[in-house]
Design a binder for this molecule. Structure first.
Ligand code: DGY
Length: 333
């Protein structure tokens, strides 16, 4: 076991790398805050038993071939793992892991912050003050949308969607959700309303918050046609993955007043291009994919990713695998 090789693809909070170094294994890290160039990544993973990756690295057949057949685990520092070619990993018996649970509340906090900031026009109001335009109290100044007693529509009510719904209860909001899996437990416990389709949520909601994983079925789930189903006063929040929303259709909807505002933690592409028309809009608040970015949560993600690697390389089941078949194939579960 002493010859295990681990490659970490970026600077991350050191709690995880420190734990990995403490094993005595050969731990190499790309010490940068920028994405590792693909060619360098393919070179660096050669001979690795484990890779600690970010959502910016495509873990596909090319990378798995470059790493070699000794590769046992790729631990993503994210709950989303749409950067994994899961089928190819499983075929090669490479375990993939993610970081669920530890980031749920922090991510929902940011989604909630986007909701509040867009509803009450905080970015525009701050700019107004900074621009020296605040001359008097104004009855018509920055009239936003009420959050309390409004209807929150959730597309997806997994861990983060459910955490978003819990935040809504303090604002006495009605919660309507659509999910492929009906959550009767949540309906009974908290009185959430099940909608039988995405469209039904869009029709009813004052705020639509997207919490579904990104996969071929959810590509441009929020498109021009569906944006037209939203209320003209409605606000769209996306803290899931950028390509779930068609950016061109979103621009048109915001520009034409089809919907009132949007708050985005994620864009398509990412990072957003500086000539993207969404950046010209006052009613589109965009932040750089920071939903899980708190001190504590990023530490917890780093530690969980490292623990997953340590478990697999010590012949124990990983804590949070995404492809259980590979765990079984390695005789760990
Ligand atoms: C995730 O974990 O999937 C987030 O998008 C990264 O914060």
């Amino acid at each position: 076991m002493s010859h295990m090789r681990v490659f970490i693809t970026r600077n991350i909070p050191d709690i995880g790398p420190a734990k990995l170094r403490a094993t005595g294994w050969d731990v190499d890290q790309w010490h940068s805050d920028e994405v590792i160039p693909r060619a360098t990544l393919l070179e660096k993973v050669k001979g690795a038993d484990a890779i600690l990756s970010l959502l910016t690295e495509r873990i596909d057949g090319e990378l798995l071939d470059a790493a070699g057949s000794q590769l046992k685990v790729v631990a993503n520092l994210a709950v989303g793992f749409d950067n994994f070619a899961v089928g190819e990993m499983t075929e090669r018996h490479v375990i993939g892991t993610n970081t669920p649970d530890v980031l749920t509340d922090t991510t929902a906090d940011l989604a909630w912050a986007l909701l509040m900031a867009t509803a009450r026009m905080l970015p525009q109001a701050q700019k107004y003050v900074h621009d020296g335009k605040w001359t008097t109290w104004g009855p018509l100044l920055f009239r936003g949308q009420d959050i309390h007693h409004a209807t929150l529509g959730l597309i997806g009510v997994g861990r983060i969607g459910a955490a978003m719904a819990r935040r809504a209860s303090g604002f006495e909001m009605k919660v309507v959700y659509y999910d492929a899996y009906r959550r009767q437990d949540l309906e009974e416990k908290y009185g959430y309303h099940y909608a039988s389709s995405v469209e039904e949520v869009l029709h009813q909601a004052d705020f639509v918050s997207v919490h579904t994983p990104y996969m071929p079925e959810t590509h441009h789930l929020i498109n021009a046609e569906r944006l037209k189903m939203m209320k003209p006063t409605a606000i769209l929040i996306n803290s899931a993955r950028g390509p779930i929303v068609d950016p061109k259709a979103l621009y048109d909807a915001l520009h034409n007043g089809t919907i009132w505002a949007a708050g985005l933690d994620v864009t398509s592409p990412e990072p957003i291009h500086m000539d993207d028309p969404l950046l010209t809009l006052d009613n589109c608040l965009i932040v750089p994919h920071i939903a899980s970015a708190s001190m504590q949560t990023r530490d917890n993600m780093s530690e969980l990713a490292a623990d997953n690697i340590i478990n697999v390389l010590s012949h124990k089941a990983p804590k949070t695998p995404v492809n259980k078949d590979a765990v079984v194939a390695q005789g760990l579960g």
